[in-house]
Design a protein. Sequence first.
Length: 248
Amino acid sequence: MTTTTETAAAPRKSSNIARATLAAAVMVPLAGPLHRFDVLGWQAGLGLFAMAALLAGIGAIWCLVLLLRRRGGTITVMAAAVGLAALAAPVTLVLAAGDKPPINDISTDTVSPPEFVAITADLRGDGASPIGYNPAFAPQQARAYPEIRPLDLPVPPDRAFELALAACNENWQIIASDRAAGRIEAVERGMWWGFRDDVVIRLTGTPAGTRVDVRSKSRVGQSDLGANAKRIAAYLDRLAAGMRKAGA
């Protein structure tokens, strides 16, 4: 037999579960800015992201059970929806990473990758991945991103340098632009998490014009989830479009 006290406590329990679920869900998108503004380290930020999403997901399932038992009100419905959405965030990332190799350094030239000169280990900071290229990444990149190749421009290096510099993303911080050496180095910082990735562009004169090689390397994490390959492909597309627009 259900007592009056138990009947009164049920709505409070449902409401508390819903509020806890909403609180956990809110922490999922907040994990990024907390890292970006140096409140949390990157590992702690990712840990919070994953744990908050898990708790929000568990809370969402609990809320669904309460709703099926005809307990809870609007806040429980809201918590179930928001909690499931929060859980979907890391699940989507895991699924997206399913076919990506665990590498964080991509180059159009894996035999002799462009080297970072101005972007030093000290500049990259403590905890960053080694700045040197790992040859073990080459076969994995070839299987996963066969489209990542150098771009040959039918213009001399000096003209190619102007086009290469103009094609840099407006959000990149240009660290060095050495026309004589044919090298551009830049840093791109993610808008939400604030992760920094390093980019180096190398221009080499050829009998037919200029060869452009690009390397993009993450500072943290074992896998880049395809971000570096995507960045290189986008850059080379902008460079090719810029050349066509300039009538080169």
